[in-house]
Design a protein around this ligand. Structure first.
Ligand code: PLP
Length: 275
């Protein structure tokens, strides 16, 4: 019998969302559905429901370091995904851990600053540390429009993306799901390439954990060795289909259906993106 294929090992730094819509559960599901195996290092605990985050408690930096060191000593890491950080101590620990990893291992940074429900998930010191310590090291940054504006200080999204590239990240996938435009336009910006935009029909719901889902799917695709352009297309298709098949588990935001997201929806006709 041939050996079963080993999925790409994705080291994930993320917070716990007990509602299961966002955070580490979103990452585990999306990474598994995209052919990876998540190695989830917890950075923070939260109290939240499907409406909003109520409380955030970052873990002690030493706990983050020890979780990650045990994994780094045992698993070959194909990619790293960073989500909710919680505090500056955690950021310093992650910065030091990253310095020990080969610099060509894809690092995907989802700069989580606020919950969809509005609760702040990063104050100005966390935001500054994220910008100074992690952003210059990442291969792909996945901000929504609000995060891109905050991190760059630019109101115009094109200007924001080029300012973020100048701050040192390898590429920016800027999503506009948090805007109110008729369609969602997600654009990949890279130095020396024209922007690559994909346009999607705006779905009627608001979703909890859509950004986590996209960044985690990207980390699995890139960890499997898929090219950046293809990974960006496949991860968006996967995420959009997860949202389109999303379900309302609680009374607030809908949750993406990340597991087996390619299965046709029982009630709604599957739609494909506008080109
Ligand atoms: N809780 C945790 C642990 C998260 O990581 C995130 C986002 O990354 C959120 C809540 C907020 O998710 P959303 O912006 O989809 O509401």
């Amino acid at each position: 019998m041939p050996e079963p294929a080993i999925p790409a090992q994705i080291l994930v730094f993320a917070g716990h969302d007990p509602s299961g819509g966002a955070g580490i559960q979103a990452d585990i599901e999306a990474i598994a559905a995209n052919g990876g195996h998540a190695l989830p290092v917890l950075t923070a605990l939260t109290v939240q429901d499907s409406h909003n985050v109520q409380q955030l408690r970052p873990l002690e930096g030493d706990w983050v370091r020890r979780q990650a060191e045990a994994l780094l000593a045992d698993f070959p890491i194909a990619a790293v995904k960073i989500g909710l950080l919680g505090g500056v101590e955690v950021i310093a620990v992650i910065r030091d851990l990253l310095a020990k990893l080969a610099s060509d291992i894809p690092l995907i940074l989802d700069p989580v600053l606020a919950a969809g429900g509005g609760h702040a998930l990063a104050g100005t010191t966390v935001e500054a540390a994220l910008r100074g310590e992690l952003l210059p090291r990442c291969h792909l940054l996945t901000p929504n429009a609000n995060e891109a504006r905050r991190l760059s200080g630019c109101d115009d999204l094109e200007a924001a993306a080029s300012a973020l590239l100048q701050q040192g990240c390898g590429a920016v996938l800027l999503t506009t799901a948090d805007e109110s435009s008729e369609r969602v336009i997600n654009t990949l910006y890279r130095p020396d390439f024209p922007p690559l935009a994909l346009t999607w029909p705006r779905l009627p719901d608001t979703y909890h954990g859509s950004g986590c889902t996209l960044a985690a799917a990207l980390s699995a695709q890139l960890g499997r060795g898929v090219s950046l352009e293809k990974a960006v297309q496949q991860a968006q298709t996967y995420t959009w289909q997860s949202l389109q098949r999303g379900y309302r588990a609680g009374g607030g935001q809908a949750f993406p259906q990340r597991i087996d997201a390619r299965r046709p929806h029982a009630n709604r006709k599957s739609q494909f993106p506008y080109s």
